[in-house]
Ligand binder design. Sequence first.
Ligand code: KIV
Length: 273
Amino acid sequence: MKKKEANTYKKITTHVLQEMKLKSEKIAMLTAYDFSMAGLLDMAGIDVILVGDSASNVMAGYTTTLPITLDQMIYHASSVMRAVKRALVVVDLPFGTYQGNSKEALNSAIRIMKESGANAIKMEGGREIIESVDRILSAGIPVMGHLGLTPQSIHKFGTYVVRATEETEAQNLIEDAHVLEESGCFGLVLEKIPANLATQVTGEIKIPTIGIGAGSGVDGQVLVLHDMLGITQKFSPRFLRRYHNLNEEIQGSVKAYIQDVKAMNFPNEREQY
Ligand code: KIV
């Protein structure tokens, strides 16, 4: 079979991601929460867009991901879906909508799929949420897992430091990864864990792993859009590479606009009727 070049896939599906892993083609994933940004990411050729519950931080200004609601996630996801033609769109199930019982989890997942038109959902946790994962999968909804630093459990962890540095937690994470794979998850986010552990998990399971702060031995990478574009300034973990300083650029443009308005330089003759 002729080898497909990177980025020639017309539409990214969960099957394409599997194919990419088999061909050792890295998967590029970013978050987006609105129509305009999602459209830009899609046009640039991003493989996966995550409508992350990090919207709680970067869109709503909360310090954790816990407050965002299912209705709010559906609003963000449907805005993204109206822009996206090619990327696979994955939506986070927000805190409190799936941990309690698997029926509620299924209802939450169905609402996201029906009301936003998204392609898949993501859930944080391993064996402790497996009943919910199974139920959602059996309804035909693709599920992505998320292990390591799972921000919805921040009050249990008490800190955002690297997870699974100790043997017991690392072994638990490996077992969870296998359980999620066996249940039928199509992919797995590994957040803020040692690079050698992420590499080991990636080698042991057949579904693609997407890392954030998990080194280069994973099948793909994800970053929060506002962090990599330099809109957020205070959040500066070691794993974050800033590709732009939009904070400075936006402030500069807004200051120039204010000056022009105050000095009556805007609008000029050509900018009026
Ligand atoms: O909500 C989010 O943005 C995420 C990524 C950090 C993986 O879950």
